[in-house]
Design a protein around this ligand. Sequence first.
Ligand SMILES: Nc1ncnc2c1ncn2[C@@H]1O[C@H](COP(=O)(O)OP(=O)(O)OP(=O)(O)O)[C@@H](O)[C@H]1O
Length: 252
Amino acid sequence: MTEPIFALKDIKTLVNRNTPNESMILKGINLDIQAGDFITIIGTNGAGKSTLFNVISGSLLPDSGTIYYKGKNITNLTAEKRSRFLSRVFQDPKLGTAPRMTVSENLLLAARRGERRRLIPRGLKLHREEFAALAATMHNGLEKRLDTFTENLSGGQRQALSFLMATIKRPDILLLDEHTAALDPNTSAHLMAATNNRITQDHLTALMITHHLEDALRYGNRLLVLDNGKIIHDFKGAAKTDLTLSDLRKLI
Ligand SMILES: Nc1ncnc2c1ncn2[C@@H]1O[C@H](COP(=O)(O)OP(=O)(O)OP(=O)(O)O)[C@@H](O)[C@H]1O
């Protein structure tokens, strides 16, 4: 088996340390993520899914355990440094984009993350066709709104933009934290299909938290069930393909 691109070894996180309310949220998580994995994650409210993403992204350091990226111990690497190879899309469409900047400007910022940003006006012209083509892959009219301030977009368009910004530099790890949950069913299904196309075509490695069991089943090559701070099921390959909705309903 090839070396995992990202691995968690016996990760534990405590909250309210040294107080009467001290409790363990993640209770020894072990997870090897292979390059190209598209992992869907389900679990009841409070199971620890967002905490798991916080630990992977570096916004929360674990209390014990080790995190590896391409074989290197990055347990104490800051979230900012991890953002060079990892991006995350949140549930709230407002979180990923700058409201008083246009769609094009947001895309340019994302494309140039980590670089000097002096050439923005020229960059906008240079990249216009590329951004229009990219926006068109979302199939929601975003390509016609390149000069619109982000705050004037619909929630679905804004979330599609957040997704494009998170993936424009092809991160090694993409975290989708219920990124379709705030959208109406039709818009959510559209974004989910566009998400899957992008992940598949660009061979991205992605983890997606969802409460839509149908999406957890339909998409990805692997499905994790989290319960009370532990991974209680890890279905891969044929084991995932063979799962049914009623199987899943019995598990959570
Ligand atoms: N900073 C904190 N202090 C105290 N408790 C916390 C803290 N962060 C998380 N928790 C608790 O840890 C548990 C796991 O929370 P987490 O948000 O990871 O769950 P989740 O599976 O993402 O839930 P949901 O599906 O509702 O988003 C919950 O019981 C939550 O209340």
